[in-house]
Design a protein around this ligand. Structure first.
Ligand code: A2P
Length: 272
């Protein structure tokens, strides 16, 4: 993983940038943040129907002037639309809001008990119709992935889950990799909470990097694709400058010791 242009190859051959911009709670700053990121080398933008900003993302994609085929847009189906059996309609709404012809990666946002097979069939259909270049899941634990492997025909390309130094998810990461599923990290900075860790500050001094850059380097070196959210231009730039240094295996192991199980959303209790 040498540069911002580095790509991971998904299980269907599609290339995905190793680092992108998240836009959860970016609010009115979504369009300027996305546009600024695209103008400065980002090529992966991660949104979701639930974030309520697909329209702004789509507008920024167009305004950036970057050719559409160079940009990797991810969005996700929300829980209520799964519960109500309106998966197809949900996708069509997202595509319309984004004002795009296709989505690069479409994810099941959370595993909804009793709906895993049904929702996945709709995603498989969208994939076959070439409306999405790849399909995947988010917040799936090992047992959800096992259920999907029984009920589905196409393996998910990506599993996006909460992953940061306070929740390292080592077993889930390894399980995904053993199934050919690329792990992607939401809240890769732990919503900013992990940044104050003395170890990360110390490593930052050693490499002349910020704690955020140390964390993002840790993810990339682990083969996990992080999607840090920021609406600040200087941080958007800072977060992509993680390809000019490498952490030692001992430092990687030390970062994993910061795990304290701090979780913002439990996939086994989705009541939202
Ligand atoms: P902001 O958008 O104001 O820059 P995560 O992606 O882990 O959820 O973290 C997002 C949080 O971390 C947001 O509050 C974001 O704030 C903040 N953040 C993003 N990048 C940096 C950075 N390089 N340094 C400090 N805080 C950051």
């Amino acid at each position: 993983m040498k540069t911002m242009k580095s790509r991971v190859i998904l299980n269907n051959g599609v290339e995905m940038p190793i680092l992108g911009l998240g836009v959860f709670e970016s609010g009115e700053n979504t369009a300027p943040a996305v546009r600024y990121a695209l103008e400065n080398g980002y090529r992966l933008i991660d949104t979701a129907a639930f974030y309520g900003n697909e329209k702004e993302v789509g507008r920024a994609v167009k305004d950036s002037g970057v050719p559409r085929e160079e940009i990797f847009v991810t969005t996700k189906i929300w829980n209520d639309m799964q519960r109500e059996g309106r998966q197809r309609e949900s996708f069509e709404k997202s595509l319309k809001a984004l004002d795009l012809d296709y989505v690069d990666l479409y994810l099941v946002h959370w595993p909804i008990p009793g709906k895993i097979g049904e929702t996945w069939k709709v995603l498989e259909q969208l994939y076959e119709e070439k409306l999405v270049r790849a399909i995947g899941v988010s917040n799936f634990l090992e047992h959800h992935l096992e259920e999907l492997s029984i009920k589905g025909n196409i393996a998910p390309a990506v599993n996006q889950f909460e992953c940061h130094p306070h929740l390292i998810r080592k077993e889930l990461r390894e399980y995904c990799k053993s199934c050919g599923i690329v792990p992607e990290a939401w809240s890769p900075l732990g919503r900013g909470e992990a940044l104050a860790e003395p170890l990360l500050q110390e490593l930052g001094r050693k490499y002349d990097k910020t704690p955020a850059q140390i964390i993002l380097r840790y993810h990339v070196q682990n083969g996990v694709a992080p999607i840090p959210k920021s609406v600040h231009p200087e941080r958007i730039i800072q977060n992509k400058e993680v390809f000019d240094f490498a952490l030692t295996p001992e430092e990687m192991a030390d970062i994993e010791k910061l795990d304290c199980g701090s979780m913002h959303g439990d996939p086994d209790h989705v009541d939202w």
